[in-house]
Design a protein around this ligand. Structure first.
Ligand SMILES: *Cc1c(COP(=O)(O)O)cnc(C)c1O
Length: 369
């Protein structure tokens, strides 16, 4: 088997998605399955659609185009405000985009005219987290301007919390979003079909049992893929947290002193140098580094300690494990590690599940790299 390799268990992803789709549908909230962490993998997208997600979302037009090329027909939303240089691609591949700038919305309108299409617009509102979004006081003007533009359909409004500043989605900011939605509908005589409340960080709020107001959509990535909520990175009950495994190969196994010798200056990636001398210890090098993964976001097997990493070397204390050259070590990636591993040309993706095991064979573009 190639190494390093990222194994994706589609059955576990499908189970996670189905569990959350069911739980949220009881609250009349649908799920947009976010595929950016898996670079728009058609295999993962199909598992999510199988499980009942209403639409797919991705922050990169390249990923949405990849899904289209693979023949995925589901509704797709670009969940990052489009780059003006990409509006032509956006209106061709995506049905809807999340928007915060009228200049971009105007460009989408003329690109949609050229493409002979109607493009859906969701206006994003800034509710405290200070990432993307129109300030609430400016929303009505943005709606008015959008409604005047041809070849566009105002589909709804949305917000995104937690990602930038860690602001928790709660009754206060979610009620503010609902109130804005109702206000827009009354003022302009329109129906906002999408009120997109946020991301995986909204799950605690959405499933707590209290009123979810007008929110009828959540854009979920991490919860579906890794079975965790991002506010405290706690596992979500009933979900698999092990759908992804990153396996790497040992290239050196020796006994060495636990403290470096010589004058110490900076390390390549700011790794901490141990203060206590534990004598001679077994030290194992795994062929994995910052170019493959975020090594600080990996959980090793029980008993193994990650001592540090540079671009291409991950040094571990193997604890009770007998790891020789050529041994394989499986790690559990967090979200940051998953994104980097998926993006690295050095990591082979292996799709498992659905009764088959194939080195990404089902998606012709995801060839072994
Ligand atoms: C990444 C992203 C999501 C999904 O976030 P998760 O925490 O992975 O659920 C949703 N909305 C927007 C705008 C995003 O950028």
């Amino acid at each position: 088997m190639p190494a390093p390799r990222l194994e994706i268990d589609l059955d576990k992803v499908r189970h996670n998605a189905r569990t959350l789709v069911d739980a949220l549908s009881a609250r009349r909230i649908s799920v947009t399955g976010v595929t950016k962490a898996v670079l728009g993998s058609p295999d993962v997208a199909r598992a999510l659609l199988d499980a009942g997600v209403r639409a797919l979302g991705d922050s990169r037009i390249e990923n949405i185009e990849r899904l289209r090329r693979a023949g995925v027909l589901a509704p797709m939303t670009l969940i990052r405000s489009p780059m003006p240089s990409q509006v032509d691609r956006v209106v061709r591949a995506a049905d809807v985009s999340l928007n915060t700038e009228l200049d971009v919305v105007r460009e989408l309108s003329s690109a949609a005219r050229t493409a002979g299409r109607t493009h859906g617009i969701v206006l994003m509102v800034e509710l405290g987290d200070l990432r993307e979004g129109i300030r609430p006081a400016d929303l009505a003007a943005a709606v008015r301007a959008t409604l005047r533009l041809p070849h566009l359909a105002l589909r709804g409004i949305g917000t995104n919390l937690a990602c930038q500043s860690g602001v928790v989605p709660d009754a206060t900011n979610m009620t503010e979003l609902s109130t804005l939605a109702t206000g827009i509908e009354t003022t302009f005589g329109v129906t906002l079909e999408i009120v997109s409340g946020g991301n995986s960080a909204n799950l605690d709020w959405a499933l707590a049992g209290s009123d979810t107001g007008r929110v009828d959509d959540l854009r979920l990535g991490e919860a579906l893929l890794l079975g965790r909520e991002p506010l405290h990175r706690r596992p979500i009950e009933g979900l698999h947290t092990d759908a992804f495994t990153l396996t790497a190969e040992v290239i050196e196994a020796k006994v060495k002193p636990s403290r470096p010798r010589g004058t110490l200056a900076q390390t390549a990636f700011d790794a901490a140098v141990p203060l206590t001398d534990r004598g001679d210890r077994r030290r194992v090098i795994v062929a994995l580094g910052h170019q493959d993964v975020d090594p600080t976001d990996l959980t090793p097997p029980l008993g193994i300690d990650v001592l540090g990493a540079s671009s291409d070397h991950l040094v571990i204390d193997p604890g009770p494990h007998h790891l020789g050259v050529g041994s394989e070590v499986p790690f559990r990636p967090g979200y940051r590690a998953l994104v980097r591993a998926m993006t690295s040309p050095f990591v082979t993706q292996v799709v498992l599940g659905g009764g088959t095991s194939a080195t990404t064979a089902r998606d012709p573009e995801a060839t072994v790299r």
